[in-house]
Design a protein around this ligand. Structure first.
Ligand code: NDP
Length: 290
């Protein structure tokens, strides 16, 4: 039985994910580096804003930070409670999950890598896909808490497997984002009306999440709302390519997509949305995708 849950990292995703927990658990502790956000969360959703050391005394502790390095740094100085389960929803590095799982096990604490997919809208609705690596019994114990914000929830293997699935997923999206940007600059260069082309493609075999939502809602509208920062996608493509390289695989398409996303990121400031990567193609071709 889970008596208390905690959420650490109330960013674009965490803030919304943690909002579901009080509907299912009496004691929900929250902590954020900028503590004003934790206080605001408590006022809005009935969670309790507490110190980091108090938050990690919960039975199930969620974290959702930008990178595995941030999680490792945070964990370095913490005293955890034996029997607790740390569920890390960061899109992180598989090697780091393996290391942390081993390290925490010495104190009787389980570490699950549990990244999520579904964007801020999925976090808000509580319909995120959650891909989980780590101890199967710990996964079963933590499941009722994960269900608070999860739609499809899958245990995909040992420690690191969840992070690996997430990195490959985001790499596939990046490949598609680059391909759609190239395809649509080609169409515009030939005088095709892009929103009509999009309708055709979305009823044909070339459709994808990028053509169904990202292009019509973010690119053609020129809105590019910042919900998933481009540096985070650049990080994910790097993780996926490292995995392929560790396995000594030839993955030229993935390598190209990683290079394109990292180049787009290098040419933007930190706060742009991942969809803004298409602007790199626009600047090369002098064609605006509208
Ligand atoms: P944000 O940048 O919006 O939020 C990051 C959170 O981490 C903030 O609460 C921030 O605190 C905190 N934080 C950052 N660095 C540290 C640190 N060194 N120590 C402690 N806290 C820190 O990121 P997102 O919520 O967008 O993303 C979080 C994770 O989820 C990433 O790994 C991302 O790849 C993944 N993800 C994001 C999706 C999205 O659509 N945004 C979708 C799916 C996964 P503070 O408020 O103080 O800055």
């Amino acid at each position: 039985m889970i008596q208390s849950v905690a959420f650490i990292g109330l960013g674009a995703m965490g803030y919304r994910m943690a909002a579901h927990l009080p509907k299912h658990f009496e004691q929900v502790l929250v902590w954020n580096r900028n503590f004003a956000k934790a206080k605001q969360h408590a006022a809005m959703y009935g969670t309790q804003a507490v110190s980091l050391q108090d938050a990690v005394q919960a039975d199930v502790i969620f974290s959702c930070l930008p990178t595995s390095a941030d999680v490792e740094q945070l964990l370095a100085d913490l005293q955890l409670k034996s029997g607790s389960i740390w569920v890390d929803c960061t899109s992180g590095v598989p090697e780091s999950a393996k290391k942390l799982a081993q390290q925490l096990k010495k104190d009787g604490v389980y570490f699950l890598d549990a990244p999520v997919s579904g964007q801020t809208i999925g976090a808000e609705k509580g319909t995120l896909t959650v891909m989980i690596g780590g101890d199967a019994a710990a996964f079963q114990k933590a499941l009722p808490a994960i269900q608070a914000f999860g739609g499809l929830i899958k245990h995909v293997g040992e420690s690191g497997a969840g992070f690996a699935v997430k990195a490959v997923n985001n790499m596939l999206m990046a490949v598609n984002l680059c391909a759609v940007a190239e395809g649509f600059t080609t169409l515009k260069a030939h005088g095709v009306e892009l929103s009509e082309a999009l309708d055709c493609i979305n009823a044909s075999s070339g459709k994808s999440m990028v053509t169904e939502t990202i292009f019509p809602q973010r690119v053609l509208t020129r809105e590019f709302p910042v919900t998933f920062a481009l540096p985070l996608l650049a990080k994910d493509t790097g993780i996926a390519l490292d995995l392929a390289r560790e396995a000594k695989l030839a993955t030229p398409v993935l390598a190209t997509a990683r290079n394109m996303i990292q180049a787009a990121n290098a040419s933007s400031d930190n706060v742009v949305d991942f969809s803004s990567a298409v602007k790199m193609y626009e600047s090369w071709s002098k064609i605006t995708l509208e």
